[in-house]
Design a protein around this ligand. Structure first.
Ligand SMILES: [Mg+2]
Ligand SMILES: [Zn+2]
Length: 162
């Protein structure tokens, strides 16, 4: 039996996007984001937070800063609802293969956990978040489109489809 997964963006999707979030004190959950992730997990999905943090590649912050922010985020979420955090720290100029909407971050996870990409989703506030899901052969959801404005809206829709 294959797994299915949600690849969910961090900034602007789970937490407020304050722009290059560098410190744990800047981590503010968006309304019902925690509940949304719990619902997705309860609905049988693996949940991977998938985030571009080009501030590292641009020299504006360090990997350690990102780690501290993510540690704080996991304190605010239900830790058991999150299966992993996948981070691209490259600047766009580095032309890596893991910056969303490219699939280099998620492909190893799909293999490792035997995930059925066709039954999986990406969710986020940018086109690149949506394209990620489409690029793996799954479904991409962009917040603000088709009446889906929050992570909670997306979670309700996905969980009702089972
Ligand atoms: Mg975002
Ligand atoms: Zn990258």
């Amino acid at each position: 039996m294959q797994n299915k997964a949600i690849f969910v963006d961090r900034d602007g999707t789970i937490i407020f996007d304050h722009g290059y979030i560098k410190g744990p004190e800047k981590v503010d959950l968006l309304p019902k984001a925690k509940e949304a992730i719990d619902l997705l997990k309860r609905s049988g999905f693996m949940v991977f937070i998938t985030t571009n943090q080009s501030g590292v590649g641009r020299g504006m912050m360090t990997s350690k800063d990102v780690e501290k922010v993510n540690t704080r985020l996991l304190e605010l979420l239900s830790p058991r609802s999150v299966d992993g955090i996948l981070i691209c720290e490259h600047s766009p100029e580095e032309n890596c293969n893991c910056r969303k909407p490219k699939t280099g971050l998620v492909e190893p996870v799909i293999k490792k956990y035997n995930i059925d990409a066709a039954r999986s989703y990406s969710i986020g506030d940018k086109d690149s978040d949506k394209e990620l899901g489409n690029n793996i052969g799954g479904t991409g959801i962009k917040l603000g489109e088709k009446g889906i404005n929050t992570l909670w809206d997306a979670a309700l829709l996905i969980s009702s489809k089972k």
